[in-house]
Design a protein around this ligand. Structure first.
Ligand code: NAD
Length: 272
């Protein structure tokens, strides 16, 4: 099996790698022998995570990269090419929801400001598309590559309250299929684009929805989520890693344009 899952010598770019889920992905790629470019908005945190990967025996560099700014993306790409010479794996990890684009008893759908909606659309959709333009172009020159986008449960059926985030992640599923076909038809049959759709993980972007600020208890929404998750728990960031290694490696050589749910059964359960 080692031959299938081996990532040694591959070069991986992870955007949003200073976040809770994608920092774990970056660390796992490092453990598997990939050279990792840890990219985040915060330069010091990117460098700190890269240093930790290096201290564990891996090879990593930390870079600042705003996925919504072309110049930031291209200078990060140039730094990766200077350091490692190629790009084999791209995880489009930067993304998330925002309270200002979330309906609540204090904010009706009709009052959500356009700039809040735009912020969430841009971060999730535009950021993924722009990063794929900049890093994916390198893969077209090599003729090989594996891109992994991050979707969500709300891409299949929208979740209440998070209107822009639901629409944006539905767009990620569509873009994943579109991009897979486009690379193959126009550049190379050996560039693959897939996505994972995580279920519910307690992280910075959703804590305000899931944990009662005053008591620290589950909110009613959190209880609903756990009640609809047959495995009866939140995901742990580690739960994503097996699928990430699978999609990044030769083990998934003929898997292209798919979205894999990692959700403890949430999407399978009708609620009855
Ligand atoms: P997180 O908030 O911990 O991490 C998000 C990361 O994105 C941070 O490192 C942040 O610095 C970075 N980021 C924000 N704006 C950026 C920009 N303009 N350019 C570059 N980086 C930027 O969130 P997380 O929960 O680890 O989420 C990671 C991914 O997983 C996101 O795409 C998120 O939508 C998705 N996701 C999360 C869950 C969950 O339950 N937490 C579920 C499904 C999908």
């Amino acid at each position: 099996m080692d031959k299938f899952f081996d990532l040694s010598g591959k070069v991986a770019v992870v955007t949003g790698a200073t976040g809770i889920l994608c920092s774990e992905m970056a660390r796992e790629l490092g453990r598997r022998g990939a050279k990792v470019a840890v990219m985040g908005l915060e330069d010091d945190l990117s460098k700190k995570i890269a240093e930790e990967i290096n201290n564990e025996g891996g090879t990593a560099i930390g870079l600042v990269c705003n996925v919504l700014e072309k110049e930031s993306l291209t200078s990060a790409r140039d730094a990766v090419l200077d350091a490692f010479g190629r790009i084999d794996i791209l995880i489009n990890g930067a993304g998330g929801n925002n309270k200002k684009a979330t309906t609540s008893k204090d904010l009706s759908f009709f009052d959500i400001p356009a700039d809040a909606l735009q912020f969430v659309f841009n971060l999730n959709i535009l950021g993924t598309i722009m990063a794929t333009q900049v890093f994916g172009e390198v893969m077209t020159k090599q003729g090989t590559g594996s891109i992994i986008n991050i979707s969500s449960m709300n891409a299949y059926r929208p979740l209440t309250n998070i209107v822009a985030y639901s629409a944006a992640k539905a767009g990620i599923n569509n873009f994943t299929q579109w991009m897979a076909v486009h690379f193959n038809q126009n550049y190379s049959p050996n560039i693959r684009v897939n996505a994972i759709a995580p279920g519910f993980f307690l992280t910075n972007q959703n804590r305000f929805l899931l944990v009662d600020e005053k008591t620290g208890d589950h909110t009613p929404r959190a209880k609903q989520i756990l009640g609809h998750t047959p495995m009866d728990r939140y995901g742990d960031p580690e739960d994503l890693l097996g699928t990430i290694v699978f999609l990044a490696s030769e083990a998934s050589a003929f898997v292209n344009g798919v979205v894999i749910p990692i959700d403890g059964g949430f999407s399978a359960y009708s609620g009855v």
